[in-house]
Write a protein that binds this ligand. Structure first.
Ligand code: OGA
Ligand code: NI
Length: 359
């Protein structure tokens, strides 16, 4: 049985795309962070650093090349992020989806208002986890919607989207589901935990991010640092090659240089939990720049709401590798995620689910 739809509370915020258009040289105080992002001790200058997230070639995985599978395995353990090339998703569909997504964000504000968040539901346009008027805001608009299972779609969102975008998004969602299932299958193989669908992904949501140019890029953040909490894996598409995504590797921010025709794939907290910490969900953020807008689409794949998740028994060995996390149903996971007091500085769900063993 499927459960009730999930709601989440968030205060309503202005459209940042409109703010940037109407006032291109100024940013309101609410978007100015208290510290300088680039004087951050942790920040690593992109110019000194050749470090790049690994590239996984899906063709080599399909050919049964054990070398690529081994690379996937070590990448998921050490990086939690990779770029996926030769992924077999139709490039004409991707191009169409990119174009129409940009057109969707460029719709007049009056039309976009039909899809705006409400005070009790964070799906639609807006920003997630805004709980106070004092809180700093991200320099971006998001458009969030649940895609699968279909009966959890909000009636004012997907079914109301303009054509042909609605059809293109449906096709894109289907392709992402297929790709996520394949990638999770390879991960199960790499973990030697059988080739059946052990992760049970049945829930998909999409978060589109619009980052307008920003007159003070060192003072504003596009997307606050986070991990993808309720997620097994995320597949990210960049609408253009504009850089902005950074991942925290050994305490330094590593910028991701998007390869044309690649997806950026990352491990979420639920996969970290199920692999008992073997695969890592890595902190990441998006920075903004002064000249160019940037658009990205993150597709999140999670287990269905009625699934209980926990460390996979085959990966546990009672003496050397006891369970590091407690079991939880995905519905409780989502409720914990959405109910948490302040997103930005609070601990994440996985911290509350961690078992502390005494040695
Ligand atoms: C996200 C995310 C990164 C980006 O939506 O969870 O991390 O580059 N996006 O937009
Ligand atoms: Ni993310």
């Amino acid at each position: 049985m499927e459960n009730a739809p999930i709601l989440g509370k968030s205060k309503l915020v202005p459209c940042v795309q409109e703010l940037a258009k109407s006032c291109p040289n100024k940013i309101p105080q609410r978007y100015i962070q208290s510290h300088d992002l680039y004087n951050d001790q942790d920040h690593c200058d992109a110019h000194d650093l050749q470090l790049q997230i690994p590239i996984i070639n899906m063709e080599a995985l399909i050919c049964g090349d054990g070398v690529e599978l081994e690379k996937l395995h070590s990448t998921c353990q050490e990086w939690g992020f990779f770029q996926l090339i030769n992924h077999e998703v139709s490039s004409s569909l991707i191009e169409k989806f990119k174009l129409e997504t940009k057109e969707f964000f460029d719709l007049p504000l009056e039309e976009k208002k039909r899809y705006w968040q409400t005070p009790t539901d964070f799906e639609g346009f807006g920003q997630a986890f805004v709980l106070s008027d004092e809180q700093k805001l991200d320099w971006a608009d998001m458009f969030f919607l649940t895609m699968l299972p279909k009966h959890l779609r909000k009636s004012h969102l997907f079914p109301n989207l303009p054509l042909p975008y609605r059809d293109t998004l449906e096709k894109y969602s289907t392709e992402m589901k297929t790709l996520a299932t394949k990638m999770l299958g390879y991960m199960a193989k790499a973990l030697k935990i059988s080739d059946e669908n052990v992760f049970g992904e049945g829930h998909q949501s999409i978060r589109m991010n619009y980052y307008p140019p920003c007159p003070l890029p060192e003072k504003a953040i596009g997307l606050t640092s986070h991990t993808d909490e309720t997620v097994l894996i995320t597949i990210l598409l960049q609408i253009s090659q504009v850089e902005g995504l950074q991942i925290l590797k050994d305490n330094r921010w590593v910028p991701v240089k998007p390869q044309p025709d690649a997806f950026i794939v990352n491990i979420g907290d639920v996969l970290e939990l199920m692999t008992n910490g073997m695969y890592r969900s890595v902190t990441h953020r998006a920075v903004v720049n002064a000249e160019k807008e940037r658009i990205s689409v993150a597709t999140f794949h999670s287990p269905a709401l009625d699934v209980e998740v926990g460390p996979i028994p085959k990966l546990l060995n009672n003496n050397n590798n006891p369970p590091r996390f407690t079991r939880i149903s995905m519905l409780d996971y989502w409720n914990m995620f959405l109910d948490r007091p302040l997103h930005h500085h609070a601990k994440k769900c996985l911290d509350f689910l961690t078992i502390h063993h005494t040695t």
